[in-house]
Design a protein around this ligand. Structure first.
Ligand SMILES: NC(=O)c1ccc[n+]([C@@H]2O[C@H](COP(=O)([O-])OP(=O)(O)OC[C@H]3O[C@@H](n4cnc5c(N)ncnc54)[C@H](OP(=O)(O)O)[C@@H]3O)[C@@H](O)[C@H]2O)c1
Length: 339
């Protein structure tokens, strides 16, 4: 089958098209004929992980070590990127009961990767669900990761109608879903993002948008009940200075400092810090699917590229110019079953 592979860490040019063996479905697995996949944070980081140091890695150092060992010390272990996918079930293993050939599905395989290819195998118990009918295959490939993570992280906090919520990183995969989930719970939401994505964040429903290249939200005088920081951009002290008493600081990315703070219950003003790694699970994807089907959760796509232009897709994703998600479409030319 056709796939985009990489055998060395590096710039987008390391991605190239190749013919590789089609994965064989195990008893508990489904084989998906991939229709679309995406370029997300994980793909970009895994493509050039050699350039990520413990200092630039935006999680605690121990996780950097674990990630480097898992991804491959000098060269990538998994040679096919792509963690989000949409497609059609081509084959099911003998023990599979939830899916059948012909089902349109979408999902997220996390650090297992493998979706930059014509076929992908995954356990039926993984983060995979029937594709919502109101999403195209392209849209469905760009939403599972961010929506699952945002849903699980936002469920760690209480949000009441009228609460003032700030999402620092509202234009990315996790932040754009978190923004919409906060709006669904009746919050007044401020989204922070870069210049090219201000209108996208506004269109996702933000009440106020702050361009971090022009304004520092910690200097505006506004205070918040919840600050959700996606990429660990900013100082803990500054965040606390604009957090209301009893407010919550929620970190998707965190170093030891934030982790230690999160171990205290509440400080003297009642403020609380939460840092947590959340799972990629089918249950959450099903919950997300219902929100999408009800028109309550959407994804904003900027561009899509055919599989053979995956390197170009990565280049654009890193250009700073993108206004929404980047999708890679997988040609459907080869007959089903071709190797
Ligand atoms: N806790 C968990 O279980 C968990 C799970 C998965 C991932 N993560 C973590 O989540 C992070 C990736 O999130 P993602 O996939 O949403 O990334 P993403 O799609 O790349 O989005 C990153 C966001 O951060 C914004 N940003 C960049 N520089 C900023 C700055 N100086 N100030 C404020 N915002 C800034 C970006 O804004 P612009 O693009 O508009 O510039 C964008 O909105 C990683 O650190 C990953 O480790 C955590």
């Amino acid at each position: 089958m056709k796939a985009v592979v990489y055998t060395a860490y590096g710039e987008p040019a390391v991605l190239h098209t190749a013919e590789i063996g089609k994965p064989a479905v195990k008893d508990n697995e489904i084989l998906v004929r991939v229709r679309a996949t995406s370029v997300n944070f994980g793909d970009l980081m895994a493509r050039n992980f050699k350039a990520v140091t413990p200092r630039t890695f935006n999680m605690v150092g121990a996780l950097w070590l674990a990630a480097r060992a898992m991804m491959g010390w000098n060269r990538p272990r998994a040679q096919v990127l792509g963690s989000e996918f949409s497609g059609v079930v081509a084959e099911t293993g003998a023990q599979v009961t939830k899916f059948k050939p012909g089902d349109a599905v979408f999902g997220y395989v996390g650090s297992t990767f493998g979706a930059y290819a014509e076929y992908l195998c995954l356990p039926e118990s993984g983060a995979v669900a029937l594709k919502p009918a109101n999403l195209s295959f392209e849209e469905a490939a760009a939403i599972p990761y961010g929506a699952i993570m945002a849903y699980n992280l936002m469920n760690l906090v209480e949000i009441n109608p009228g609460d003032r919520v700030l999402i620092n990183g509202a234009s990315g995969a996790i932040g754009s879903a978190a923004l919409q989930l906060a709006k669904l719970r009746g919050a007044q939401v401020t989204g922070v993002c870069g210049t090219a994505r201000v209108e996208t964040v506004r269109a996702l429903g933000a009440d106020r948008v702050v361009d971090y290249t022009r304004e520092d939200f910690t200097q505006s005088g506004e205070t918040y009940d919840l600050i959700f920081d996606v990429l660990r951009k900013g100082s803990l002290a500054k965040f606390k200075s604009v957090l209301k008493p009893k407010g919550v600081l929620l970190f998707a990315s965190f170093k030891l400092r934030e982790l230690v703070e999160s171990m205290r219950t509440r400080n003297s003003t009642g403020q609380r810090v939460i840092c947590k790694l959340v799972p990629e699970n089918q249950e959450t994807l099903n919950a997300v699917r219902e929100l999408i089907a009800a028109g309550k959760l959407k994804v904003s796509i900027d561009r899509w590229y055919p599989l053979e232009q995956a390197a170009e897709a990565h280049r654009y994703a890193e250009s700073g110019q993108k206004t929404g998600a980047i999708v890679i479409t997988v040609p459907q030319g080869s007959p089903a079953g071709a190797v």
